[in-house]
Design a protein around this ligand. Sequence first.
Ligand SMILES: Nc1ncnc2c1ncn2[C@@H]1O[C@H](COP(=O)(O)OP(=O)(O)OP(=O)(O)O)[C@@H](O)[C@H]1O
Ligand code: SF4
Ligand SMILES: [Mg+2]
Length: 380
Amino acid sequence: MSMEGVQAGAARGAAPPRANAGEREPLISIRELKVHFDLGGGTAFDKLIGGSGVRRVVKAVDGVSLDIYPGETLGLVGESGCGKSTLGRALLRLTEPTGGQALFRGRDLARLSKREMRGQRRHLQMIFQDPYASLNPRMTVSQIIGEPLDTFGLGGRGSEREGRVRELMQTVGLSPRFLKRYPHEFSGGQRQRIGIARALAADPDFIVADEPISALDVSIQAQIMNLMEKLQRERDLTYLFISHDLRAVRHVSDRVAVMYLGKLVELADAKVIYRDPLMPYTKALISAVPVPDPAVEAARRRIVLQGDVPSPINPPAGCRFHTRCPWAIEKCKEVVPPLAEIKPDHFAACIRISPEEPDIEKVAPGDAPGLRGTGRVIAQ
Ligand SMILES: Nc1ncnc2c1ncn2[C@@H]1O[C@H](COP(=O)(O)OP(=O)(O)OP(=O)(O)O)[C@@H](O)[C@H]1O
Ligand code: SF4
Ligand SMILES: [Mg+2]
């Protein structure tokens, strides 16, 4: 049996609930979601022309389970290439999942026909990273923002439609005087406002914001984050906020999920995860974030990770982080750590910690208390 398949801990369970979620139903439920990209290879011909003879499959998202609750902002962080965008796109079915489920209000989006999915699409929108590339340069602002209104039959015609577009422009802080202008006539921040207005046009419930501020000047980033927060309050929006900027994520998120090589490795309340990260990987990520207070900054201990993120084509067996983890032991190469509840509503995927001993620095050398598995274990 492949070591990759070995699971630590107890039985598989449901995805982790949100702290204080009470009885609320999740808006989005992801179950064992997988997105694999088949790059081909592995054929006799491939071998003949010098290929490795092994089929190459990128496991961009490899068994993610997660609930997202109405009105929350879930921050998703992780190094470049770990699968954040692919997860966001798969949720909206802009990329087809290879396996698992993505449920919106309890309905499995992957099982919907193209027509049914079009009906659901208006509830699920995306804000893209690059406000230059994501707006059609040949369309006016009116056409860009009005497009979803036409697609979903929401805007009416003529002056009624124009009125809706003007309203949306005002909502995102753009003057309706610019209605007939083209994207190149706007700054980066203004273009991102156009992108946000387009996402809002269909009056969605859920928005995947994929690096929505990383292409913008620092001075503009706060404005766009404030706008997104204001819209969330006014329209009861739920966000998946994807970013590699941990400071931005801390600022906007209620909870934060950390991803490494296609898997979730930690999930907790945003304040908690920044103050008390449990996973070695999260500790390293967070230790790299500068702190504004000079005294705290001077005392900050940085954990520098060795090496790059391994390829998602042949991810390391066992814990995928073992090739870079300063606390790795032999067992880490064999056992896939499940995302387990180590503290209340704080989930981490590491065999060397447990609810009884959540601090990896205090664990006896060579010990793996997570293997004794008393925590609530989540499907991986
Ligand atoms: N269409 C595709 N075909 C093949 N591989 C892909 C495709 N899309 C993404 N990948 C690969 O999947 C992995 C995850 O990519 P993804 O873009 O989701 O990462 P990310 O976390 O969003 O990275 P970044 O922070 O750089 O945006 C990467 O190895 C990427 O090369
Ligand atoms: S399971 Fe092992 S390699 Fe993975 S994070 Fe924990 S100590 Fe490090
Ligand atoms: Mg990305």
